[in-house]
Design a protein around this ligand. Structure first.
Ligand code: GLU
Length: 307
């Protein structure tokens, strides 16, 4: 794969899935990635990750983009949709199959129950018409990387994740493959996103290595948590952002990024607030509330193993 254009020193991105309206939890990722990009004098691109039609909500991506625009957060580059990019993912998959890094797999989730869903070797004689494709992760494969906010992270991918899905048996591309292909194709140098994706990063680094692609820098932002430290995905973090009232939403996201209220307290428009935020942002204040990979290495829904 060749990059579509040379990378600048810093290109960040925000990559929402259109599974609902933009909410406070995703605004923290949007604003955090935007501020990190601006602090580095870099670009910030938006990409729509619409790979999973059953989870998609009609009109959500348009509403997410409109809300981002109302907040003053507009992409510095073309807004691409993953649903338009099958050929890129297919080319990457073909390369991985040809090089022996990937293989077809006919196992079901039930077949893998005995190993807690972790695939180490195929355990079924059944043949599916449309098998899944997995990346081979030999025993003993581990990844260590430096997160700009969380410090050194480590995952024994062979033991904790195993061979992971690149294309699901029912057809869709796995998030892991698409995100790696897109970040490289778009020349993304910095992946700044929520810590709910921290456990995906080692898989993505393995894919970058298998495809001969550069690994971007990583920073995982804190999840929006309540006073008891539990993720507030069903309450505060899930509050939809009202595009008619951008300032309170930006102020809330700014606070959740650990930044002091003073500099943005008197801002009355989104643009004023973003200007003030740019000037006063300090990444060192971002709270380090994310779980580390050593303690939290469960497979997420992104794994995509099918029944
Ligand atoms: N589309 C993913 C999500 O909304 C984010 C992917 C990423 O930032 O790498 O959870």
């Amino acid at each position: 794969m060749t990059r579509s254009e040379p990378s600048p020193p810093y290109r960040g991105r925000f990559a929402p899935s259109p599974t609902g309206d933009l909410h406070l939890g995703s605004l923290v990722a949007a604003l955090g990635s935007w501020l990190m990009a601006r602090a580095a004098g870099g670009e910030w691109w938006v990409r729509i990750e619409d790979l999973d039609p059953p989870r998609e909500v009609a009109g959500a991506s348009e509403r997410q983009l409109a809300t981002l625009a109302a907040l003053g957060l507009t992409s510095d580059g073309p807004v691409v949709r993953q649903s338009d990019r099958n050929a890129l993912y297919q080319a990457a998959l073909d390369r991985l199959l040809a090089s022996g890094h990937a293989f077809e797999c006919h196992c079901s989730r039930t077949d893998l129950a005995a190993t807690g869903g972790v695939h180490r070797t195929c355990v079924t004689d059944r043949r599916r018409d449309h098998p899944a494709v997995r990346l081979r992760v030999p025993d003993g494969t581990s990844v260590t990387f430096h997160d700009l906010l969380l410090g050194q992270q480590h995952q024994d991918v062979g033991r904790e994740v195993g061979d992971f899905v690149l294309r699901r048996a029912d057809g869709p591309w796995a998030y892991q493959l698409a995100v790696v292909v897109d970040d490289a194709d778009q020349g993304v140098t910095d992946v700044v996103r929520g810590a709910d994706l921290l456990d995906s990063t080692p898989r993505q680094i393995l894919l970058q290595r298998a495809l001969g692609l550069p690994t971007p820098r990583h920073a995982h932002l804190p999840l929006v948590v309540g006073p008891d430290g539990r993720k507030l995905s069903k309450s505060l973090a899930a509050v939809p952002v009202d595009p008619a009232s951008p300032v309170p939403a930006l102020r809330a996201a700014w606070g959740l990024l650990g930044q002091p209220p003073g500099p943005v307290a008197n801002c009355t428009t989104a643009d004023d607030l973003l200007q003030a935020a740019r000037q006063h942002f300090d990444a060192a204040r971002i709270p380090n509330t994310a779980p580390t990979l050593r303690r939290d290495a469960q497979q997420s829904f992104h794994d995509g193993t099918l029944e």
